[in-house]
Write a protein that binds this ligand. Structure first.
Ligand code: PLP
Length: 360
């Protein structure tokens, strides 16, 4: 059977080694006689799994001591409400946003239910093909925070710099689809969050990294299970956490450490992205519309010049074991997500097919 390569944007490919280990431990986790799914979240077995996952993630991202790592539920989208509730305090706060694509747009819409929002800059009129330059951001003095989606999963736009712009002193970043793909200077952010199902593990876990001085300021109507301080004080176990998802995420963290950590991941991700974009740029058979310096290393949307060939392209890809290449319904076309767990062999197989289909 040919190798299968899964280019889904999320839930997405996981390292084969991780899935094999989970399978081997499914019925009996390390002699405990229990599946991880059957364990009390307050028992010593799961507590050890939880603490190892927390410790390994902290090590991988070099998370400073004055940050809490929370494993929450509700997905990335829930954080669009949870973060405002936790950070706007009791006043009539304004939240600044830079609108770079579909996901930041959703964040803006949701935040407007809780606070005033200011779209400091937008790339909407340009079809989300670049990041508006910082010099054009119209930030609000004294804003509660500035929210960025540092990798737009649908539009394929990545912000690879930390803003130096003034305005809000607190930066909030939705890193759902590129967390752990490259080193990040956590200390520059107030909150980093991401749904797990792109680059961490299975759906159902939401990772939140929050600076300690931001805890304890939630508006009174914040649900207790979503109050960062409450979650932090209870080591993510105020209510039952997504135990199995945390376990798999923990195995992914161990796998990342064995590979050489995020610096090595970045090296591989640069190589994979370069290979794929070169094939797309070779002539005008395919097209990626994002300006080169903002192209995502993780999510690569592209179009066939002749869109009547879309179905044939996808059918041929599937025959070759190249799965889930159809673009997001809101933008059409194709999308190849090449997360950490996608080996370069998978990208090479896709490139070979791109060349073959284009008749090169
Ligand atoms: C997938 C995604 C989300 C939404 O995550 P859910 O877990 O479905 O709520 C939010 N932001 C970004 C950048 C994403 O890629």
């Amino acid at each position: 059977m040919t190798n299968i390569y899964n280019f889904s944007a999320g839930p997405a490919v996981l390292p084969k080694e991780v899935l094999a280990q989970a399978a081997a431990e499914m019925l009996d986790w390390q002699g405990s006689g229990m599946s991880v799914m059957e364990m009390s979240h307050r028992g010593p077995e799961f507590i050890s799994i939880y603490r190892a996952a927390e410790r390994d993630l902290r090590e991988l991202l070099a998370v400073p001591d004055n940050y809490k790592i929370l494993f929450m539920q509700g997905g990335g989208l829930s954080q669009n409400a949870v973060i405002p509730m936790n950070l706007i305090g009791n006043g009539d706060a304004t939240i600044d946003f830079v609108q770079t694509g579909s996901w930041s747009s959703k964040s803006i819409k949701e935040a407007a239910r809780y606070a005033k929002v200011n779209v400091a800059a937008t790339a909407k009129d340009n079809g989300y093909t670049f990041v508006p330059p910082q010099s054009e951001w119209k930030l609000t003095p004294g804003a509660a925070y500035l929210h960025l989606c540092t990798n737009e999963t649908i539009d394929g736009v990545e912000i690879d710099f930390v803003p130096t712009a003034q305005g809000a002193t607190t930066l909030v970043a939705d890193m759902s689809s590129h967390i752990l793909s490259r080193p990040v200077d956590v200390a520059r952010y107030g909150v980093i969050f991401g749904g797990a199902q792109k680059n961490i593990g299975p759906a159902g876990v939401t990772v939140v990294i929050v600076r300690e001085d931001l805890l304890g300021k939630a508006v009174p109507y914040t649900p207790s299970a979503f109050d960062f301080k409450n979650v932090a004080d209870n080591e993510s176990m105020y209510n039952t956490p997504p135990t199995y998802g945390i376990y798999i995420a923990g195995l992914v963290f161990q796998w990342l450490k064995r590979q050489g950590g995020v610096a090595e991941m970045e090296r591989r991700n640069i190589e994979k992205a370069a290979l794929l974009y070169a094939a797309l740029d070779a002539d005008d058979f395919y097209q990626n519309r994002v300006q080169k310096e903002y192209r995502s290393r993780m999510n690569v949307p592209f179009y066939l010049r002749d869109e009547s060939k879309n179905e044939a392209f996808l059918a041929g890809a599937k025959e070759r074991g190249l799965l889930q290449l159809k673009g997001h319904k809101s933008v059409g076309g194709m999308r190849a997500s090449i997360y950490n767990a996608m080996p370069i062999e998978g990208v090479q197989a896709l490139v070979d097919y791109l060349n073959e289909f284009a008749g090169r």
